[in-house]
Design a protein around this ligand. Structure first.
Ligand code: GLP
Length: 249
């Protein structure tokens, strides 16, 4: 395997499988050194192979989640748990049902809460009560979003109700039936909240992320590309495959 560190905090690996293995190894190392770590978790297609690797590591006896706490980044507003696009369902099916997590220490912002402002405040309070997030896993939208912090989001934003960009609705429409109304709103950890994580691992795979990665790594520090702010974090790393890094050479 070829590994190229092309900029501070940027690691380019051959393919999506190598990126997933590297991200999972870092999470396994985190939990090995500190079993009570607080993890920040993400949904999305990019995360599937990462969670696949973590489930395998658990089955091989290389990791336990029993002492950990986790906070998910975001949720759709108004998508029921049984829907194929549901984020809680995604987390259960790809990770939580397959490892030894303590269900009482799983936190996901609930986009079906009756009072979303209150839900957002409670979520922030739960992160603080857990002592903050030790290791945050992040994906990136093709428009540069992180979690559901769409372009234009304030870099100091906290967990809140947000409108989804039209491009995000299109990018995420896979699990929705043709003709079904796509969610317009989400509840998301804010950029300010994300930046308080002690360590951040952003992963990006595939050619569809190349423009966003290039803007995040070498474009202006600008809310137009929310991921650009990660360059100011003292312990953030971006793991990309060659296709996602294609705009950087
Ligand atoms: C979604 C999620 C993000 C995710 C991103 C990329 O909308 N809210 O947290 O990182 O978009 O998703 P994917 O991995 O499916 O490309």
């Amino acid at each position: 395997m070829n590994v190229h560190v092309t900029a501070p905090g940027l690691v380019v690996l051959d393919d999506a499988a190598a990126v997933a293995a590297e991200a999972a190894n870092r999470i396994v190392a985190e939990l090995s050194s500190r079993p009570s770590s607080v993890l920040g978790l993400a949904t999305g297609k990019t995360m599937r192979p990462v969670y696949g690797e973590l489930v395998q590591a658990y089955r091989d006896g290389r990791v336990s989640f029993a002492g950990s706490t986790s906070f998910n980044l975001d949720d759709y507003v108004g998508v029921p748990m049984q829907h194929p696009a549901s984020f809680p369902r995604f987390m259960n099916e790809t990770l939580f049902d397959k490892v030894d997590v303590d269900r009482s220490r799983i936190f996901m912002p609930d986009g079906n809460a009756s009072d979303l402002a209150r839900e957002a405040a409670a979520f922030e309070a739960a992160i603080a009560a857990a002592g903050g997030i030790d290791l945050q896993l992040l994906g990136i939208g093709s428009n540069g979003h992180i979690a559901f912090n769409e372009p234009g989001s304030d870099f100091a934003s906290r967990t809140r109700l947000v409108s989804l960009a039209a491009s995000t609705q299109v990018a995420n429409q896979g699990p929705f039936a043709g003709g079904e109304t796509l969610p317009e709103f989400g509840i998301t950890m804010g950029i300010g909240t994300i930046l308080e994580a002690r360590r951040i691992i952003l992963i990006a795979t595939g050619a569809g992320k190349a423009t966003a990665v290039a803007r995040a790594v070498k474009g202006p520090l600008d809310p137009a590309c929310p991921a650009s702010i990660l360059r100011t974090h003292r312990d953030a790393i971006m793991l990309c495959d060659r296709a996602a890094a294609a705009g950087l050479s």
